[in-house]
Design a protein around this ligand. Structure first.
Ligand code: TNX
Length: 488
């Protein structure tokens, strides 16, 4: 079976196979593809279990895997991430208008590798195929909460590997919450110093230094994954009020918080310390990020008047714009003044009144869809599942697969949909195995919702492809949940 996940736009299987045991090498067409060629060689070597080097010279390999940038507009589709992959018995040709498209072609190729039939056998190969492919949505993300429980650079790199494998291209990092402050802010060094050594249940915590954040962004950039960092205000802010008593009306720092309640902490707009705090932390974050977006949070401030909340959202949008970045905010911002270009992240499917979202879209905002009952991968699979929460519902694999983005917010124009983002909150997740067992296989389902044209999706076919993927998860020692919905 030829299995690609997410399902491509078109796939035709030809005759013969491309053997990977011979004189195979990745051939970068030019210096502009040299970096992606190095990564391709590493990924293919891992997939094939046999060395696939980068060719020393273009003509050096008898069996070339050629990566070619074809900048002719529309050559392989209108998306900058589109690609064509052609495999014959003589060689492999990947074409795309960008290196990002070429890496997608390489990830597809890796999935097509049929490993050696027995250890040491030389029959590792790829079936002859032609794949034309392009994404449905430009923003295909995963939000990871590293505040409730801290996950550092190695863990996040492992997450980025999985994002890249399934052609996801945004890693949103929820960097601050009541339980800890996880990013170095140079103008406020006390935050990471005094408020990072805590997490849910009393664990040791941790934070990303700017050097860590740099390394992470570089690793992501090599895989064409954009990082969207979030500092959550004006609620979810106990990690900051624990450091600065001046952010509290009574002037007293709050206690460390290691529980999992939400909605109790908040900033106060009219305190003199508040605006300087916001300017400092958001300017620092805007400075640290390579990306064009800064996420300002805005969720679940359960005890604040609408007017004060609106002033916060106004000020934060202004600060981020002043720093030259665009804003993402949780859906609650729709109840304030949303500026054009702001991305509103929808999450709460219990909200029956969708008018604020339609109005935000009319004003030039776009909607990023993270419906809790589909895309919240910290929800339990079943009531008995040992990890996770269930306030948004139980989310089995099929729930995260069988949904249509255009139906999430009735009445929303399709052009106003920025994309699709899964989220994993970590109140109950402490290890990388915990995290991955919640992500997989459901992240693959959300990836297919985000990438694949609606008429190319098929649940039974998807289940079969997930089972094929699991062979690689077992090979790589990646944890996943063996849901009974798949014939593993
Ligand atoms: C809601 S949805 C939250 C988080 C929690 C999560 C748990 C949203 C923007 N906020 O603070 O961690 O539920 O599922």
């Amino acid at each position: 079976m030829v299995s690609i996940l997410p399902q491509p736009l078109s796939l035709s299987v030809g005759d013969g196979v491309f053997r990977l045991d011979g004189d195979v090498a990745v051939v970068p067409e030019s210096t502009s593809t040299a970096e992606v060629a190095e990564l391709a060689a590493a990924l293919l070597t891992a997939a094939a279990g046999t060395p696939v080097p980068v060719a020393a010279a273009p003509s050096a390999a008898a069996s070339p895997i050629e990566l070619r940038l074809d900048t002719a507009e529309g050559a392989v589709g209108s998306s900058p991430e589109a690609y064509t992959l052609t495999v014959t018995s003589d060689g492999v040709l990947a074409t795309a208008t960008t290196p990002a498209g070429l890496l997608h072609a390489v990830q597809t190729l890796c999935q097509l590798v049929v490993p050696a039939s027995t250890p040491g056998a030389t029959d590792v190969h790829v079936p002859a195929v032609v794949v034309h492919d392009a994404p449905r949505f430009a923003w295909r993300g995963l939000s990871v909460d590293i505040a409730r429980n801290f996950f550092g650079v190695p863990e996040l790199m492992a997450v980025i590997d999985v994002l890249s494998a399934y052609k996801l291209n945004v890693l949103h990092l929820h960097l601050t919450d009541d339980q800890g402050w996880r990013i170095e802010s140079p103008s406020r060094p006390e935050l990471a110093k005094l408020s990072s050594d805590s997490e849910v249940g009393g664990g040791p915590g941790g934070y990303l230094s700017l050097a860590d954040f740099r390394a992470l962004q570089d690793y992501a950039a090599q895989r064409f994954v954009r990082v969207v960092p979030e500092i959550d205000v004006p609620g979810h802010i106990n990690a900051a009020t624990h450091v600065y008593g001046e952010l509290m009306p009574d002037g007293k720092p709050t206690d460390v918080y290691a529980g999992i309640e939400v909605g109790f902490s908040k900033l106060t707009y009219d305190l003199p310390a508040t605006e300087p705090f916001l300017r400092d932390v958001f300017s620092d974050l805007a400075h640290a990020t390579d990306g064009e977006y800064v996420h300002i949070g805005g969720d679940e401030v359960l005890t604040m008047e609408a007017d004060e909340f609106a002033r916060f959202m106004d000020l934060c949008q202004q600060i981020v714009h002043d720093a030259g970045k665009k804003v993402v905010a949780w859906q609650e911002i729709a109840h304030a003044e949303v500026r054009p270009g702001t991305v509103v992240q929808f999450w709460d499917v219990h909200k029956k009144d969708v008018r604020p979202f339609l109005e935000a879209a009319e004003k030039g905002a776009t909607l990023l869809l993270s419906p809790g009952n589909r895309a919240y991968l910290d929800m339990k699979y079943t009531a008995e599942h040992p990890l996770g929460l269930e306030w948004a519902g139980l989310v089995e694999l099929r729930d995260s697969y069988d949904w249509e983005p255009e139906e999430v917010i009735p009445g929303l124009r399709a052009e106003a949909i920025e994309g699709v983002e899964a989220a994993v909150w970590t109140e109950t997740l402490t290890t990388l195995d915990d995290l991955f067992s919640m992500l997989l296989p459901r992240l693959a389902a959300v990836a297919e919702v985000a990438w694949t044209a609606a008429d190319r999706k098929d649940w039974d076919d998807f289940r079969a492809r997930v089972a094929a993927e699991a062979v690689r998860w077992r090979r790589d020692g990646v944890s996943y949940h063996p849901t009974p919905q798949v014939a593993w």
